[in-house]
Design a protein around this ligand. Structure first.
Ligand code: SF4
Length: 431
C-alpha cells in the first residue's frame, strides 16, 4: 500500500511570506502530499525564512535547527524564503541539516534528490501566479507584486527580491475568487507602486483600477504598506469608497534631512497635512505607520521631531524598529552610527508614548456601535484593525465565524476592545 507523504510548513516574517507559504502548500497538495500540524510526523519539513533584520535571521536559523532536530528519520528539511534567496550557497554550507535550500519559486522537492541551491541573483520564476487553496479564515493576504524599484538607504530587499513585477489584474482576481474570503488584504513590497512597471497594460500605472476591481469582488479590501508620495487623492478616494478607511503609511521617519539620508520622500508637515485631509473626509479613518529608530546620523533633534509628530498625529497604531545594519545598503556607507543603548532609550520613549495614544484612541470607541468581521469564535475586527497586526474586538461566542455583525463596545483593554456579550471570564482570570 502506498502511504501518503505528509508535509509541515513553518512560516516566519511578514505577511508576504504567508502568501508564499500558501502557494507552497498549494503546490505540495497538488503533488499529492497531505498537510500535518506535527513536524515530527512530516516527510517534508519546510521553513519559509525571513532575512529582514538580524533578529529575524537568528529566529529563522533557530527554527531550522529546532525542526531539523524534531523531524523523523528520513524526513527532508527544506529551507526557503528570503534567507535562502539572499544567502543561498552560504546558508546551505552553514546548515548541513537542510536537504534543500531553495530560493523563491524553486519547486520544493520531496523525493530523494540532490541538494539544490538557488543561484539566480534575481528570481526568474515567482510564486506569484501559483494557485492557492481556499482560505482557512475569513480573511486572506494577496500579493499583487513582487520586488521593489526604490532604493531606501536601510533596505536590502530590492537587491534580492529584484525590481518590481506587477501581476495581471485577472490573475489577482482569480486568486481572490479561489480564496473565498470576506476580507482581502493586498500586500507587496511597495504596494501603491503597483502597475508602474507595466503602465500600458495595467491601469495606466496606477493601483486604483485594481482596488476597484477587488472591492467589487469582496466585502472588505485592505491595503498595506503605502509609500507616502503615492497616496494620491484618487487612491484616497477609492480607498474610502471601499468602506475600509484604513491607511497603513510607510513613513519610517519625519525629519526631512534624516529622511533624505534614508533616501526617502517627504517630511512630518506633509504627512500631518495628508492625515488631516483624510480625517476631514472620513473622521472614522484609522492610521498605522512604521518608524525606524537609530538610522545612522539620527540626532537628538531628529528624534524630538519624531516624538512631536507621534504626539500630534495621534495614529491608531505604530510600529517602531531599531535600525539593523544590512550588508550592501547605503546606510552601511554612512558615518555617525547611533549607539545601541541610545537607540533602545529612544525606542522605549516612542513606544511608551504611542501605547498611551493607542489606548486612548481605543477608549474613544467605548459606547460606539461598530461593524466587525468575525475571524474566529469570540474574535472580530472592524476596519480599524488589520489582521495579525493590530488589536482585536472580543465579541460574543455566539456569532458565526465569517459573519459581519454590528456590536456595541463596552470596554477597552490596551489595544483590544470588548463588545457587549463577549465572554469576559478570560480577562478575569488574567487579573
Ligand atoms: S520601499 Fe524602500 S523599504 Fe520598502 S522594500 Fe522598497 S526599498 Fe525596501
Amino acid at each position: 500500500m502506498l502511504v501518503q507523504q505528509r508535509f509541515y510548513i513553518e512560516t516566519l516574517g511578514c505577511p508576504k511570506n504567508d502568501v508564499d507559504s500558501d502557494k507552497i502548500v498549494g503546490t505540495l497538495l497538488a503533488d499529492g502530499l497531505a498537510a500535518t500540524d506535527d513536524p515530527s510526523l512530516a516527510d517534508v519539513v519546510v521553513v519559509n525564512t525571513c532575512a529582514f533584520i538580524e533578529e529575524a535571521r537568528r529566529e529563522s536559523i533557530d527554527t531550522v535547527l529546532a525542526l531539523g532536530a524534531q523531524r523523523k528519520d528520513g524526513a527532508r528539511l527544506v529551507v526557503t524564503g528570503c534567507m535562502a534567496e539572499r544567502y543561498g550557497a552560504e546558508l546551505a554550507e552553514a546548515l548541513p541539516e537542510a536537504d534543500q535550500v531553495a530560493g523563491f519559486g524553486v519547486p520544493v522537492q520531496f523525493g530523494r534528490k540532490p541538494l539544490t541551491v538557488s543561484s539566480a541573483p534575481i528570481p526568474s520564476f515567482d510564486l506569484l501566479n501559483l494557485p492557492r487553496p481556499k482560505s482557512s479564515s475569513p480573511w486572506a493576504y494577496v500579493k499583487i507584486a513582487e520586488g521593489c524599484d526604490r532604493n531606501c538607504g536601510f533596505c536590502a530587499i530590492p537587491s534580492f527580491r529584484g525590481p518590481q513585477r506587477s501581476r495581471d489584474i485577472e490573475s489577482i482576481l482569480h486568486e481572490v475568487d479561489e480564496l473565498q474570503a470576506k476580507e482581502i488584504v493586498l500586500v507587496a513590497q511597495d504596494l501603491a507602486s503597483y502597475g508602474k512597471d507595466r503602465p500600458t497594460e495595467l491601469g495606466a500605472g496606477s493601483i486604483v483600477p485594481l482596488v476597484r476591481a477587488v472591492s467589487a469582488a469582496v466585502e472588505r479590501t485592505r491595503l498595506l504598506y503605502l509609500y507616502p508620495s503615492d497616496l494620491t487623492d484618487e487612491l484616497i478616494e477609492v480607498m474610502l469608497e471601499t468602506g475600509v478607511p484604513y491607511f497603513d503609511l510607510s513613513l519610517q521617519h519625519v525629519s526631512k534631512p534624516h529622511l533624505r539620508r534614508m533616501r526617502r520622500w517627504g517630511d512630518g508637515d506633509r504627512f500631518l497635512q495628508r492625515i488631516a485631509d483624510i480625517r476631514a473626509l472620513s473622521p472614522d479613518a484609522a492610521f498605522r505607520s512604521n518608524f525606524i529608530v537609530g538610522y545612522p546620523g539620527e540626532t537628538e533633534e531628529d528624534h524630538d521631531q519624531l516624538l512631536r509628530f507621534v504626539e500630534e498625529a495621534q495614529l491608531d497604531w505604530c510600529g517602531f524598529f531599531t535600525f539593523s545594519p544590512e550588508e550592501g545598503t547605503h546606510a552601511m556607507t554612512l558615518p555617525d552610527h547611533v549607539d545601541p543603548a541610545l537607540m533602545n532609550e529612544r525606542i522605549s520613549e516612542l513606544r511608551g508614548m504611542q501605547d498611551d495614544i493607542t489606548a486612548s484612541r481605543r477608549d474613544d470607541l467605548i459606547g460606539q456601535t461598530v461593524q466587525v468581521l468575525v475571524d474566529e469564535v469570540g474574535i472580530g475586527r472592524t476596519h480599524r484593525e488589520a489582521p495579525s497586526i493590530d488589536g482585536v474586538v472580543h465579541v460574543s461566542n455566539t456569532l458565526a465565524v465569517g459573519q459581519f455583525a454590528d456590536v456595541e463596545i463596552a470596554d477597552a483593554l490596551g489595544p483590544d476592545l470588548i463588545a457587549i456579550g463577549a465572554d469576559t471570564s478570560q480577562f478575569d482570570e488574567e487579573e
